[in-house]
Design a binder for this molecule. Structure first.
Ligand code: GLU
Length: 355
């Protein structure tokens, strides 16, 4: 992304946040786009800290790891932060968001204590807990805790219309972005290729962030990219309206995916969201996962309780901040979690009768 495009996107995100927050009655004074933050909010208290131990005096800073600024995780993290910051007088918590490389980065940063919360795909949560995929060598990640799940995400394959790519099998010998290594889509694209009978050696694989892939596709230096993202997505809308015509390509005939990987479910993309894309009918079939919020057992229960409570008790205001949240329900937000539920969240679920 060029500096000027990045500035325009950042300004648009900030304007959207300000508009949404004025609807919620407060302003996001603590939100910031990118920082190493989080250290100030790291506490040595264990998960045994009492859930109502709110401190007077110095605020507690918590940082939520998201994804690239043009994805859905970034505004989704902002929406969570907003709900908590609206109650700063009650909890004395200041929540901020950080743009990151995505799911795998967030899980690792949360476990390391560099971030207090992170948004991560449900499949990546499962893999970290069970010590598979990126966590094969380090083994099961025992500190990882689930808080709640968020919007569904679909593995989205976008190709230049002029490439003639109409099926995932047409990616053979093409320049294809499979995602940066810290992203959720990195493994999803490999799984999709394998299920379609292709492997990495069959394509010219590129491993850049989604924002960069969009620029490369527009510039003609990439034929297609994978992006596991919620819909509607501002990034997909942008490229669908861009100067190079694009097509969202179905990922079908990949049934072994669902046999080999229990966390994948069939999913489809509503093409009404993307009127500029090549005509692909009303929906494009693919597969997907859920986005989830994760934390560490080292984060005090009082903080996780506050975050969970404010999102659940104000669910309609929360959903209004992000179009991809439209289908969220309280019960649905307890599904797709494979790590143990953090005890701060569990306390709220018990109180609310959601268990
Ligand atoms: N699912 C992507 C990932 O885990 C991020 C998508 C987004 O930013 O909305 O890396």
């Amino acid at each position: 992304m060029t500096a000027s495009v990045r500035t325009i996107v950042a300004v648009a995100v900030l304007l959207a946040s300000a508009l949404l927050l004025s609807a919620c009655g407060d302003a996001p004074k603590e939100e910031r786009a990118e920082s190493g933050g989080g250290a100030a909010g790291r506490e040595t208290a264990s998960a045994e800290a009492p859930a109502d131990a709110y401190k007077a005096g110095e605020p507690t800073f918590v940082t939520i790891g998201t994804g690239g600024i043009s994805g859905v995780y970034y505004p989704a993290g902002g929406a969570i932060a907003n709900m908590v910051n609206l109650k700063r007088d009650k909890y004395n918590i200041r929540a901020t968001v950080e743009a990151t490389g995505g799911s795998v980065f967030n899980i690792n940063a949360v476990i390391a204590g560099d971030l207090q919360f992170g948004i991560a795909q449900a499949d990546r949560q499962f893999q970290a807990v069970h010590g598979i995929a990126e966590w094969q060598e380090r083994g099961p990640q025992k500190k990882l805790r689930a808080v709640f799940s968020l919007h569904p995400e679909t593995v989205t394959l976008v190709a230049g219309e002029d490439t003639g790519i109409r099926d995932i099998r047409d990616l053979k010998d093409r320049r294809v972005n499979i995602g940066n290594p810290g992203s959720g889509q990195h493994q999803n694209s490999l799984d999709a290729l394998n299920a379609a009978g292709l492997d990495l050696g069959d394509i010219q694989a590129v491993e850049v962030k989604a924002t960069e892939a969009i620029e490369m596709l527009e510039a003609g230096t990439l034929d297609a990219f994978f992006y596991t993202v919620g819909h509607p997505s501002a990034a997909i809308l942008k490229i669908a309206r861009g100067k190079r015509k694009v097509r969202i390509v179905p990922i079908v005939g990949v049934d072994t995916l669902f046999v080999l990987h229990p966390y994948y479910v069939p999913s489809s993309i509503n093409m009404h969201y993307y009127p500029g894309a090549a005509d692909a009918g009303t929906a494009v079939e693919s597969f997907g996962v859920k986005a989830t919020l994760v934390t560490s057992s080292d984060v005090p229960a009082s903080i996780v309780y506050a975050v969970t409570r404010e999102v659940f008790e104000n669910l309609e205001a929360f959903k209004a901040q992000q179009p991809a949240f439209a289908g969220l329900t309280k019960m649905g937000m307890l599904q797709g979690l494979s790590a143990p539920i953090h005890q701060g969240a569990a306390r709220y679920y018990r109180e609310a009768g959601l268990e």
